[in-house]
Ligand binder design. Structure first.
Ligand SMILES: *[C@@H]1O[C@H](CO)[C@@H](O)[C@H](O)[C@H]1NC(C)=O
Ligand SMILES: *[C@@H]1O[C@H](CO)[C@@H](O)[C@H](O)[C@H]1NC(C)=O
Ligand SMILES: *[C@@H]1O[C@H](CO)[C@@H](O)[C@H](O)[C@H]1NC(C)=O
Length: 271
């Protein structure tokens, strides 16, 4: 079972977590910005609205604001600009979310997942561990692939992954992403949408896993974790329609790669 879920993870481990990558995932801000604070959630409707409005929401549910975890939590707000941070000490809010004690919960729209940090895990948390938890688990409607998000992607219950493999510096990148996001909404809860910057060093192995050549990019690649089935669509002009057609075809069991190459069974993993 583990083998089925591990191709990207193996890619990850063979690359290692370079400090560069860790640094890249930290979002830097230009110039001075006002210190950001988590949003106080004082009643249940406010909390529900806050969660529903964010692709990724992280809420600190605290019964006691004096514990050291609270300041670690506050320290994250500045660092992760694409994540909505909330905080609540309201007993009704806590009981609505079944929180007893203190807890940090990550709510994710893309696969409707809730991840809890509580008990000893919470008490022993420091800034490094909490950052790592957030980096790994912040999956968006379109998640950018890196060695950290690779772990979160493979922990998701969603078993089909669609990758757009593209040079992020191309002038058509923004427009392509816009269309890719549009298609992602159609498959929310069924397929995880992933953007792979083909220029990034770590992407080389992803590209060769799918037997693609640099010259065939941008390309779409789709992969199902349970049976290792995959397909590619090289030379893609990204449109919501193209993406939808490719996904629908794969879901119906139609494989295009059998048209563009007849190949022997590939070895799963190169170690
Ligand atoms: C993060 O936020 C910035 C600015 O709002 C946006 O341009 C970027 O696409 C976001 N990244 C992700 C992964 O959502
Ligand atoms: C709280 O727990 C109950 C019972 O297990 C469950 O039905 C409910 O959905 C939970 N509430 C939330 C907000 O997850
Ligand atoms: C990516 O695109 C940029 C802008 O067009 C180009 O300068 C760069 O050479 C490309 N990188 C690769 C590896 O193709």
């Amino acid at each position: 079972m583990a083998r089925d879920r591990c191709w990207l993870l193996l890619i990850l481990f063979t690359c290692g977590l370079t400090p560069e990558v860790a640094a890249e995932t930290e979002i830097s801000s230009d110039g001075p910005v006002a210190a950001q604070e988590p949003t106080w959630l004082t009643d249940v409707p406010a909390a529900m609205e806050f969660i529903a409005a964010a692709e990724v929401a992280i809420i600190g549910f605290f019964q006691d604001l004096e514990i050291p975890t609270v300041s670690v939590f506050h320290g994250m707000v500045q660092k992760f600009q694409n994540v909505s941070f909330g905080i609540s000490t309201d007993s009704e809010v806590l009981s609505h979310y079944n929180i007893t004690g203190n807890s940090i919960v990550l709510f994710r729209l893309v696969d409707n997942e809730q991840l809890h940090l509580e008990g000893e895990d919470l008490e022993s948390i420091d800034a490094t561990k909490l950052s790592r938890f957030i980096e790994i688990n912040s999956l968006h409607l379109v998640t950018e692939y890196n060695p950290m998000t690779a772990i979160g992607l493979f922990n998701s219950m969603i078993q089909i992954h669609l990758l757009l493999i593209m040079n992020k510096s191309l002038p058509e990148y923004e427009e392509s992403m816009h269309r890719f996001r549009k298609a992602a909404k159609l498959f929310q809860g069924k397929i995880l949408f992933i953007m792979v910057d083909s220029v990034m060093k770590e992407s080389g192995k992803v590209i060769s896993f799918f037997k693609l050549k640099e010259s065939q990019l941008p390309a779409l690649a789709i992969y199902r974790t349970v049976d290792d089935e995959w397909d590619t669509l090289p030379f893609t002009v990204v449109s919501a329609e193209n993406v939808q057609k490719f996904c629908d075809g794969f879901l119906k069991g139609k494989l295009l790669r059998e048209n563009h190459e007849s190949e022997e069974k590939t070895p799963k993993v190169e170690l």
